[in-house]
Design a protein around this ligand. Structure first.
Ligand code: FRU
Length: 523
């Protein structure tokens, strides 16, 4: 008996010890302070994340589901992880929403609030949330039944997304004989009063329609002869946007591509055109790019927004090296949610992105410098005024005299640390492009494709330009020219970047204002 008690005591102590270890490894309260851990961006407590999924606003909450492998920080059998927020900035983790099953892994997709209970899966008083996802069947894949691997399916929830039931008659859209057939995005088309499902099908987007969200009819296909064909098309989105100045409304088709990003690896092209409920049409043959950095992929937008804004969130990573991240316990994070806008510049449409206004909730101490002149190099906000991320930096350049002989050939900002690691962003006034230089932004040697430069062709035409730069532990999101150009990049400096230096090459420039604002971590 004594022996048994002794043994159970030992077992208890061992159990307590291992529980304690587990907790200190993954407890979000004490964690989120690991090396490189994003402080103002969503990332999973542990395990792997890629695409954001099922973005929907419902009953006061923004839902963020995401491609998730909970058991390792590498991609694996996909689940839908789940988090909710009241403000798009602070996130609360919820239990996993969808687990893989006998029909396959749960690949990317979307969600809608079926407020009129057209599906009949809820009641009039308690309308359901409906999620659409791709079943990816690894068994069919192994057995070479390639047209049975990817099909579209439904799950529903009548308790604000807290629990989910998979629909009995899945799949709702069977594979039409295309190996890559995935990532259903369901949107409401108000004129025809029907739901539209966009599905990425190899290098086209197929459109389906439905009145009840369960029975789907094929309508049309877009893509032959349009856009980049360098890789497979993934994660589409479709929505109308109004140009504020003119009142004109256009339909935007977002098409993620793997690979095909001009910066290398995965990226997001978009098309501006019209959608009549059956066909998407555009005269735009060449792709336009949502983000010129390397690390904004699989971005899609929230449905059912309470205020008409169009808000996109992406996975802040690139399939080129996503599996090799130098982070422990977890891998992957989301970009900041960005409000999209549409501008017309002469005959061209331009999709703009700005961090959502709610980011202000994180504003802490702020410092401003007025009337700066930069000729060569000038350090700003030295010492205690800037102690590292997370911060927002806002720079306003006076470019009214761009034709002046001694207007600089290049101007920009360099972030660095005492180890000499640095990240540079700038404008090249001779070739006319924005650029980012990530060739010295880490000492981690995890992928030869990480060290790189990015370029965004852009003609500055206003008298002043404003840049917003959001610096977190391991990312820099740069919204140049008020969000006309975005460059999102991961960085892995050994120590936080804590030095800011403005620079010009061959000439000088005025900055009416520079401002830095500390951001409060969200965890
Ligand atoms: C995009 C993607 C999707 C797919 C998912 C799998 O990053 O490849 O097309 O559904 O990731 O995790």
């Amino acid at each position: 008996m004594k022996k048994i008690i002794q043994l159970s005591l030992i077992a208890l102590v061992f159990l307590m010890f291992s529980c304690h270890q587990k907790q200190s490894e993954h407890d979000p309260g004490s964690k989120y302070s690991e090396k490189y851990r994003p402080q103002i961006h969503f990332s999973p407590e542990k395990g792997w994340m890629n695409d954001p999924n099922g973005l929907v606003y419902h009953d006061g909450e923004y839902h963020l589901f995401y491609q998730h492998h909970p058991y390792s920080s590498m991609w694996g059998p996909m689940h839908w992880g789940h988090a909710v927020s009241n403000d798009l900035i602070h996130w609360k983790h919820l239990p996993i929403a969808l687990y893989p099953d006998s029909l396959g892994y749960i690949f990317s997709g979307s969600a809608v609030s079926d407020s009129e209970n057209r599906s009949g899966l809820g009641t009039a008083d308690n309308p359901p949330l409906i999620a659409f996802f791709t079943y990816h069947d690894p068994v069919a894949q192994d057995e070479g039944r390639e047209f049975e691997v990817q099909q579209q399916a439904v799950a529903y929830s009548t308790d604000n997304g807290r629990s989910w039931t998979k629909y009995d008659n899945n799949p709702v859209v069977k594979n039409p004989g295309i190996r890559d057939f995935r990532d259903p995005k369901v949107v409401w088309h108000p004129v025809s009063e029907r739901w539209i499902m966009c599905v990425a099908a190899w290098q086209t987007i197929r459109f389906y329609s439905s009145a009840n969200l369960l029975d789907w009819t094929f309508e049309s296909e877009f893509g032959e002869g349009f856009g980049s064909k360098e890789g497979v098309w993934e994660c589409p989105d479709l929505f109308p946007l109004k140009i504020n100045d003119t009142g004109e409304t256009k339909w935007l088709l977002i098409v993620n591509i793997n690979p095909g990003n001009p910066a290398g690896g995965t990226g997001t092209q978009y098309f501006v055109g019209d959608f009549d409920g059956t066909h998407f049409t555009t005269i735009q043959r060449e792709p336009l790019w949502l983000d010129y950095g390397k690390d904004n992929y699989a971005g899609v937008t929230w449905s059912n927004m309470p205020d008409g804004r169009r808000v996109l969130i992406g996975w802040m990573n690139n399939w080129e090296y996503a599996g090799d991240q130098p982070t422990l316990h977890w891998s992957g994070s989301a970009t900041l949610p960005r409000e999209l806008g549409l501008r017309k510049v002469r005959d061209n449409y331009l999709l703009t992105s700005r961090p959502v206004a709610e980011l202000r909730k994180l504003y802490g101490k702020s410092n401003k410098i007025r009337k700066l002149k930069v000729n060569g190099s000038r350090q700003i906000f030295e010492g205690r005024m800037f102690v590292g991320s997370p911060v927002e930096i806002e720079l306003t350049f006076d470019v009214s005299e761009m034709t002046r002989m001694d207007f600089p050939g290049k101007f920009g900002l360099r972030l660095s640390n005492r180890l000499g690691e640095h990240y540079t962003i700038g404008y090249d006034n001779i070739v006319k492009y924005y650029y980012a230089d990530r060739t010295h932004a880490t000492s981690e040697d995890f992928s030869p494709l990480f060290s790189s430069m990015q370029y965004a062709p852009y003609l500055i035409e206003s008298e002043r330009v404003t840049w917003k730069i959001i610096l977190d532990w391991s990312s820099v999101e740069w919204f140049a020219s008020d969000g006309d150009v975005v460059i999102t990049n991961l960085v892995y400096p050994t120590e936080h970047f804590d030095t800011l230096e403005l620079f010009t090459e061959e000439g000088w420039i005025d900055l009416p204002e520079a401002k830095i604002t500390q951001l409060t971590p969200i965890w």
